[in-house]
Design a protein around this ligand. Structure first.
Ligand code: AMP
Length: 272
């Protein structure tokens, strides 16, 4: 595995590659969720690139940019073990200029995550667009865990005619059901236990739906009951275009939840 710290190095190498390139963008502190994306990319491409870049433009003032977990050495080992060809770790100063061409997420992005974190998706799309430009990847791998992000990136690629296939990847969970996230390390013991209620509430909703319940209100009530003592930010039932729906449409429904544990927000979702 080669570690590339500059954009130029990666661009020069890219010019010499004519086979398929799989790309997995991350913010590091790699866990099994990231690893599943990397493994999928490894199988489906000749060459794979993983990036680690804690992108400042997607953090809002007061968010955890400085505290965001950084584990460079173990991340390198993980990538090496996963047979990554190129690990790209650019400096912030090389990724941004003083006069940026800004990317603006569409109005739809102002719901859910976009509502709570205004500007967050603009920053995500901006950096992902830059990374697509640098890597010129054939296939880009993104987790369904960040469902709204995945949807917006898919839309950006379509609307801006970017020649890359976006490959959605399943959510990877801890054995007890908690969706893996670099931010899980912020949880204390009690919060870690309580956090189990997120996946449990989604499984409970799925069981209700399997029994024939279609009404979104009833399903939200069930989710609320399971998570009753938690600080719920939102529970949303949407179709795959992120329109709220009153009735479950099988194969076209995502149930999304966000719960706060102190300063830590945990996201989870289930695709039905
Ligand atoms: P991050 O480092 O948090 O920006 O995540 C990098 C990529 O990994 C994104 O496409 C995420 O959706 C994906 N990802 C993060 N956690 C998980 C998980 N538990 N399961 C699957 N994909 C994930």
């Amino acid at each position: 595995m080669k570690i590339l710290k500059t954009i130029e190095e990666l661009q020069n190498i890219r010019k010499t590659i004519s086979s398929s390139v799989g790309f997995v963008p991350t913010m590091g502190a790699l866990h099994d969720g990231h690893i599943s994306l990397i493994k999928k990319a490894r199988i489906e491409n000749d060459i794979i690139i993983v990036s680690i870049f804690v992108n400042p433009t997607q953090f809002l003032v007061g968010e955890d940019l400085n505290a965001y977990p950084r584990r460079e050495e173990s991340d390198k080992k993980i990538c090496e073990l996963c047979k990554v060809d190129y690990l790209f770790m650019p400096e912030i100063s090389s990724m941004y200029t003083k006069e940026e061409i800004l990317v603006k997420a569409p109005n739809k992005s102002y719901i859910l995550e976009g509502y709570t974190r205004p500007g967050h998706f603009d920053g995500v799309l901006q950096v992902v667009l830059k990374l697509f430009g640098i890597t010129q990847a054939t296939n880009g791998y993104f987790g369904k865990k960040d469902a709204q992000q995945l949807s917006l990136i898919t839309q950006m690629v379509k609307n801006l005619f970017i020649p890359i296939n976006i490959i959605p990847c399943e959510i990877v969970r801890e054995k007890d059901g908690l969706a893996m996230s670099s931010r899980n390390i912020y949880l204390d013991q009690t919060q870690r236990k309580e956090a189990l209620l997120l996946s449990q509430s989604l499984y409970s909703a799925a069981a209700l739906i399997a029994k024939g319940e279609k009404n979104s209100k009833v399903i939200k009530t069930r989710i609320n009951e399971v998570m009753k003592n938690l600080d719920i930010e939102y529970i949303a039932i949407v179709d795959k275009n992120f329109n709220e729906i009153n009735s479950i449409e099988l194969k076209n429904t995502i149930i999304l939840i966000v719960v706060r544990f102190g300063n830590t927000r945990l996201l989870d979702n289930i695709w039905l």
